[in-house]
Design a protein. Sequence first.
Length: 257
Amino acid sequence: MEIPFEPILFGININIHLILEYLAFIVGFRYYAFLRKRSTDEISSNNRLSIIIGATFGALIGSRIIGFLEYPFIEYSQNTWIELLNAKSIMGGLFGGLLGVEISKKIIGEERSSGDLFTFPILLGIFIGRIGCFLSGTNEFTYGIETSSLFGMDLGDGISRHPIALYELVFLLLLAIILRQIQKKNLEVSGLISGEMFQWFMISYFSFRFFIEFLKPNEFFIMGLSSVQILCIICLLYYYKTILKSIPYAGKKIHLL
């Protein structure tokens, strides 16, 4: 199989990335609905619906804003404006969705944590979407810079590049396994309270993306950082209390070892 993978069905070129992107939304939502049926959700159906609506609008706005900011030095023309209007970023979608949820909860007066139920459906959705990114090669801006390492791959332009999407697939799989193991333990043993599963997913994923962005041909335009990396820092600052809280607990674990 060649990368980019561009199958032809009945004489029509199939956009594999677009198909898997839609599939990611559908499967992710169905998985969320499945988990909610099996769980004892303390949040009412009406409030949960309001939270989902807030997350959806926040994710839509956030993904477009960060997608736009990923092209800070582009030369504007009619074609590039169309490209920019279609640009979107999963990072902006995640953080925008987070803000949308928090705003919705403020409006409806919901104080209970709502994120844990979304954690694994989001992980699954991102995983499916990243398969599409990998198969799209250099047709999508998820490829890496040139490399001579053994991990380098020809992603469609004849240059050995870091397969960033493939790195992320491995990371997401490991993260899902770790979070699942933590979930299986008693909350008192794991040290997590309600809502912290989602928080640690966000902290882990945004930390990973901060470092992996250095392997992409980005525009590093502020303090040597890309727009996505700046968003990663903002997200980590948003969760600074959770991070600081975990330091003593991690210290005890290390001491026991």
